[in-house]
Design a protein. Structure first.
Ligand code: PMP
Length: 415
């Protein structure tokens, strides 16, 4: 049995946090829900749910275009949320915060606006071998449109980026680096600051895919000096349909809009259109107003717990889960990088990950089984899929024990 402590190091307010999440208070197949699919999407605290309901009850209206009171209230709350995001990322200005549907849309925006207008035949975009499809396919699309090429920095057997190989790929033709801050399939945390410095030394801008990192580590876009940062609200205990693209003002100003419509214009005639200022230039149409307000509430909620507290709790959980997993014969952990977040991807000998997922559901345990939208990672490790337990602020050491006990049961039944 693992000698690691069965609880988080400091007085972590686990009971209070769990009480904030109504969805956790339910039984699945007669067992208390153990929700370990946070990397796909996190559950929502009542503070977020109540904010959404209360916003719709009292303040809802379309924004920016109405002079009536509700229009003003809704606009003020939407823009206040933008400022909350700015503070959350430590961005220099609200003009650098563009509301989008999520990480996927943010990356597509950069590919179609920045990429399509700048990439030329023979230009190169550097990504890594651990990327989510959202940070591969938009670049392949813009490569097809412009004649640019994708270069892929390799990973090692632990699932860590081979930094020297990454550096060797950076050259005079590299026009952009787009890389995961944290991998969803492996949990690897990339040395973002170092990778950005290497790219900047050659004048290459860097986009960080922060879908996984933003809920777990303190992000400071000015300290990182990244040029673009993308994340999704729904993984951050916030609503679906809302996410953020941070971009340095100079870059965003020089980029053409990628969607045309209402809100992103200043004047329109049939002959020509003058575009709106930042960030509205990139927010065509009626945005996800309530969801943006809900995202603000989610950020305030996790900031209320505190980053160091969250990081210590999640670190203790993954250390404990890893140690306990290693005690199970036939269990292979996929993703063993030195720096990693609270994600445990694994396979079991002779048992397909989908069967693991289905079996665990009978114990009320929600994990994800599949390729995790990272098929090249599965190819690299020569597995069709993995089972993935991903932890969040409300998970406990007891839940890790329940997971491990259930895995031992699966092996007894199927192994
Ligand atoms: N990148 C990474 C690393 C992810 O984990 C995800 C979500 N699984 C995405 C991008 C895409 O995020 P979304 O589906 O919210 O747009």
């Amino acid at each position: 049995m693992s000698t690691l402590p069965r609880q988080s190091p400091q007085a972590y307010p686990i009971e209070r946090i769990r009480a904030d999440f109504p969805a956790l208070r339910q039984q699945i197949r007669g067992k208390p829900l153990v929700y370990l699919d946070n990397a796909a999407s996190a559950q929502k605290p009542k503070q977020v749910i109540d904010t959404l309901a209360e916003f719709y009850r009292h303040d809802f209206s379309n924004i920016h275009r109405s002079v009536h009171t509700l229009g003003e209230r809704a606009t003020a709350r939407y823009e206040a949320s933008r400022d909350t995001v700015r503070r959350f990322l430590n961005a220099a200005a609200v003009e650098e915060i563009v509301f989008v549907r999520g990480t996927t849309e943010a990356i597509n925006l950069v590919a179609q606006s920045f990429g399509r207008s700048r990439f030329r035949e023979g230009d190169e975009i550097v990504i890594s071998a651990m990327e989510h499809h959202s940070n591969i396919v938009p670049w392949q699309m813009v490569c097809r449109q412009t004649g640019a090429r994708l270069k892929v920095a390799p990973i090692d057997e632990d699932g860590a980026l081979i930094v020297e190989e990454y550096q060797r790929l950076l050259g005079p033709r590299t026009k952009l680096v787009a890389i995961a801050h944290m991998s969803n399939a492996l949990g690897t945390l990339n040395p973002a600051g170092e990778l950005i410095d290497m790219a900047h030394a050659r004048g290459i801008p860097v986009l960080l895919d922060g879908a996984q990192a933003a809920p777990h580590v303190k992000v400071d876009v000015q300290a990182l000096d990244c040029d673009f940062y993308a994340f999704s609200g729904h993984k951050l205990y916030g609503p679906t349909g809302i996410g953020v693209l941070y971009g340095k003002r100079k870059l965003l100003e020089a980029m053409p809009p990628w969607q045309g419509g209402g809100e992103m214009i200043r004047t329109v005639t049939f002959e020509r259109t003058e575009y709106n200022d930042l960030p509205y230039k990139f927010e065509a149409g009626t945005p996800a107003i309530a969801e943006a307000v809900g995202l603000g509430a989610a950020i305030e909620y996790i900031e209320g717990i505190g980053w160091e507290t969250i990081a210590a709790h999640e670190h203790a959980l993954i250390e404990y889960a890893t140690a306990r997993a290693l005690e199970i014969p036939g269990l292979r952990i996929i993703g063993t990088a030195g720096e990693k977040g609270a994600i445990l991807s694994f396979t079991l000998e002779r048992i397909h990950p989908h069967d693991i997922g289905t079996f665990l559901d009978h114990y009320g345990i929600a994990v994800r089984a599949g390729h995790h939208c990272a098929m090249p990672v599965m190819d690299f490790f020569q597995v069709p899929a993995t089972a993935r337990a991903s932890f969040g602020i409300y998970n406990t050491h007891e839940e890790v024990d329940q997971l491990m006990d259930a895995i031992r049961e699966i092996i007894k039944v199927f192994g």
